[in-house]
Write a protein that binds this ligand. Structure first.
Ligand code: NAP
Ligand code: HSE
Length: 432
């Protein structure tokens, strides 16, 4: 039986989980691959840190370059994160003729074209199932299971931390910072949690999903990205009352004019399956021209689920090494440089919330501000503020309109004297 020698870069949440699966499931992994995995080297930052997993006689080092250069490493498993040193190490591993498995979506979204080209030139594999939606095998589903289809769109809850926060924030009195700390303690969050909260991590993942779905280059620079930090308890309450859930979605859609790439908080009707995905769970919905809609659900972060995807990649790499079977990294032999639409070209219905003077004639003012941009009000809710100010909280649901018209309408509303402060806009998606 062939022995495949692994060098791990990182032994944190995902690295530790990976080593544990390799130890616990060694027998089933051998049965699946007809090979034996042996971890020969592990790089960490702090050699004195206590580890939750037994490293036995594996050589630990704080010099990650020594791992990618080592003769007794066939596959480099990059689980450090970041885009600086990680990029250098991954490219160096490829140059050294080693296969790479990584969970690093930031690296691939920002430097994937360079990494995949280098791997193709050198004839090695770069596998990255763990980079998107944790334990859900969405890379394989899009690249292989759906390869008969032209994919029309992909939409999903693709950040576990963000979904955990939105779910917990529905509890009365929940505190955003405390909930974020819980997500960090559970090993869900990125090293810099603003990546989770402000949508950057989801934008990295959407970039990869769009490349897989549409055969386009990785265009992280073109993803419209908004986070969840501006969602208030009032928004949660109004959404619920109006029959919606607020979810942080990544959406990539192909139209005749081009591809739209966006990450933002979204109102989803409660009867759409994605609306009931809660906690750290992720779900990705796709629409293929032949199969129609499909939905993939599972844990989106954390040691076990993410390491499950890392080890599945190791199984694939082992099969490639022993049987010579490989698929192109992004599923396409050639990419097509599809135009990416400006956000102003996207069309959505919207939820608008603002504070207005509770006085006669005010309703007519904001109706006409919207009507001037061709926007109609499908639903309106108003309730007096309890602070004795005489103001009212107003919530409107609009029809589907181009983003450009909505932007102008919001500027008109914010210019009205009867409206106090800014207008909160949350886009609505029915996902069909
Ligand atoms: P983590 O817990 O912070 O672990 C990072 C590991 O890398 C640690 O073991 C750290 O060493 C090591 N490391 C960092 N810089 C190093 C350096 N310069 N030299 C040597 N070792 C270094 O992070 P994680 O949550 O496992 O995430 C790792 C990667 O997986 C990231 O790309 C992340 O985006 C991705 N990912 C994470 C999850 C998740 O649920 N956590 C899910 C999917 C993908 P020390 O232990 O000594 O500090
Ligand atoms: N921080 C990421 C998340 C890890 O919460 O989804 C999984 O990619």
């Amino acid at each position: 039986m062939k022995t495949i020698k692994l060098g791990l870069l990182g032994l944190g949440t995902v690295g530790g989980g990976t080593l544990r699966i390799l130890q616990d499931n060694a027998e089933v992994l051998s049965q699946r691959t007809n090979a034996r995995f042996e971890v020969t080297r592990i790089a960490v930052r702090d050699l004195n840190k206590p580890r939750a997993v037994d490293t036995g006689d594996i050589a630990l080092t704080d010099d990650p370059r020594s791992v990618v250069d080592a003769a007794d490493v066939n596959v480099v498993v990059e689980l450090m994160g970041g885009t600086g040193l990680a990029r250098e190490l991954v490219l160096r591993a490829i140059e050294n003729g080693k296969h790479v498995v990584t969970a690093n979506k930031a690296l691939l979204a920002e430097h994937g074209d360079e990494v995949f080209s280098a791997a193709a030139r050198r004839g090695v594999q770069v596998a990255y199932e763990a980079a998107v939606a944790g334990g859900i095998p969405i890379i394989k589903a899009l690249r292989e299971g759906l390869s008969a289809n032209r994919i029309d769109w992909v939409a999903g809850i693709i950040n576990g931390t963000g979904n955990y926060i939105l779910t917990e924030m529905k509890q009365p009195g929940a505190d955003f910072d405390a909930v974020l700390r819980q997500a960090q303690a559970l090993g869900y969050a990125e090293a810099d949690p603003t990546f989770d909260v402000e949508g950057i991590d989801a934008a990295h993942k959407l970039t990869i999903l769009a490349a897989l779905a549409f055969g386009m280059p990785l265009r992280f620079d073109r993803v419209h990205t908004e986070g969840i930090s501006r969602i208030t308890a009032d928004d949660m309450r109004f959404a619920d009352m109006l029959g919606y859930e607020i979810k942080h979605l990544g959406i990539a859609r192909r139209t005749d004019a081009g591809v739209s790439l966006r990450v933002h908080p979204t109102l989803i009707p409660k009867d759409v399956l994605l609306a009931s995905v809660s906690g750290v769970m992720n779900a990705v919905m796709t629409h293929g021209d032949q199969v129609g809609p499909t939905l993939y659900y599972g844990p989106g972060a954390g040691a076990g689920p993410t390491a499950s995807a890392v080890v599945a990649d190791l199984v694939d790499v082992a099969r490639g090494m022993t049987c010579g079977e490989t698929v192109p990294a992004l599923g396409f032999r050639e990419t097509t440089d599809l135009p990416v639409l400006e956000m102003e070209q996207v069309e959505c219905a919207c939820y608008l919330r603002f504070l207005a003077k509770d006085a006669p004639g005010v309703l007519a003012q904001f109706s006409s501000a919207l009507a001037d941009e061709g926007i109609s009000i499908e639903h309106m809710h108003q309730e007096p503020c309890e602070d004795g100010s005489g103001d009212a909280l107003v919530v409107l649901i609009t029809n589907v309109v181009p983003e450009a018209a909505m932007n102008r309408a919001i500027r008109r509303l914010e210019a009205l004297e009867a409206i106090d402060g800014s207008v909160q806009r949350i886009r609505i998606e029915t996902l069909n």
